[in-house]
Design a protein around this ligand. Structure first.
Ligand SMILES: [Zn+2]
Length: 331
């Protein structure tokens, strides 16, 4: 990847395919994000891994500490971080005087949390990764790409690793087509939709898949099955990530995300074919859109919610919801 020597300020925005899509999916997504965050620390209680990290609001800290203590766990604040509108931050937001902030808490058994805090203070990324239960291959990948190369978006490197492992995928110029299990599809992480807490070294990383499956089991055992199904469904849609001049666009049939990425002179594209398509999704002739949606209207979330006669807007009319005007940062 040929990189340019600048970086845009951190930002993440998303646009819905239609108001109907937003009404149907926004509550499901918000619930799924909360469920995923719960599963991440519950996996420590279930001894899948030693530690987890979680952002906790100052007003929620007492209650959260009480909840984890029932499992014999400690939640130790190790850093304060400014609030972000997005559920994903590539870098911590600096605290502004008088502005809201969150505690970044390490969760685990007291001795493990102590070890985590020491590793955090020493910036020992290898030990931090091990305490998180991340596979060695992914820790090495993170240190190589994020720390040494200074990348803030590992998507392209991850795609290239996937190609090397599976020769059936195609690599042409600056476009990769990737496959792999949905559990390792992290292309919706900017929405907070993911089934694996770390950045896997590839879309086919076997140890990461093993970890993801254990977390899914924890989710099932702790009453989060419905939210897991929502995340699984979203991760099975076709998705395209592209990056140019420091801006990444992630397109799905239902939602389009724009966020900052590593600045490049040419456009890089990663595509992942889907196995399902939302009934509320946009129709279109270009990837990731389809003209003939295979799902019946009666299976849609809108229909199930009892909304009669849903009307979809044309594919060109993405609606931006709850975010600033698009024109503040342009390509
Ligand atoms: Zn790996």
């Amino acid at each position: 990847m040929e990189r340019l020597n600048f970086r845009l300020p951190d930002f993440t925005r998303h646009m819905w395919a239609s108001e109907n899509a937003r009404i149907s999916w926004e509550p499901l997504i918000n619930k799924a994000i909360k469920a995923q965050q719960e599963i991440e620390w519950l996996s420590v209680a279930y001894e899948i891994r030693a530690c987890a990290l979680q952002l906790i609001t100052p007003e929620g800290l007492v209650d959260f500490t009480d909840r984890v203590s029932k499992f014999g766990l400690l939640a130790m604040p190790i850093q304060t971080i400014g609030c972000s509108k997005s559920p994903y931050q590539s870098l911590p937001v600096k605290i502004q005087p008088g502005q809201a902030f969150n505690y970044l808490c390490a969760i685990g058994k007291p001795e493990k949390v102590q070890a985590f805090k020491e590793a955090w203070d020493k910036k020992d990324d290898n030990l931090i990764g091990k305490l998180h239960g991340f596979p060695d291959c992914c820790i090495k990948f993170f240190i190589d790409s994020w720390i040494k190369q200074g990348l803030i978006d590992t998507t392209w490197s991850m795609a290239l690793n996937s190609i090397n492992q599976h020769s059936t995928n195609e690599l042409s110029f600056s476009m990769c087509e990737v496959a792999g299990p949905i559990e390792l599809n992290i292309l919706l992480r900017w929405l907070g939709i993911r089934l694996i807490p770390h950045l896997p070294c590839s879309f086919n990383c076997k140890p990461s898949l093993e970890l993801a499956l254990k977390l899914l089991e924890v989710g099932d055992q702790t009453g989060h099955t419905d939210s897991i199904k929502v995340i699984q469904e979203m991760l099975s849609w076709p998705v395209e990530w592209s990056a140019l001049h420091g801006i990444a666009e992630i397109k799905t049939p239902l939602i389009k995300i724009s966020t900052c990425t590593d600045a490049t002179k040419i456009k890089y594209i990663v595509r992942r074919e889907g196995t399902s398509y939302p009934a509320e999704g946009v129709s279109g002739i270009n990837f990731p859109y389809k003209t003939n949606k295979p799902i019946l209207l009666t299976l849609s979330h809108s229909y199930r919610r009892g909304i009669e006669n849903p009307i979809e807007k044309p594919s060109s009319s993405f609606l931006e919801i709850g975010v600033e005007k698009e024109d503040t940062i342009e390509k």
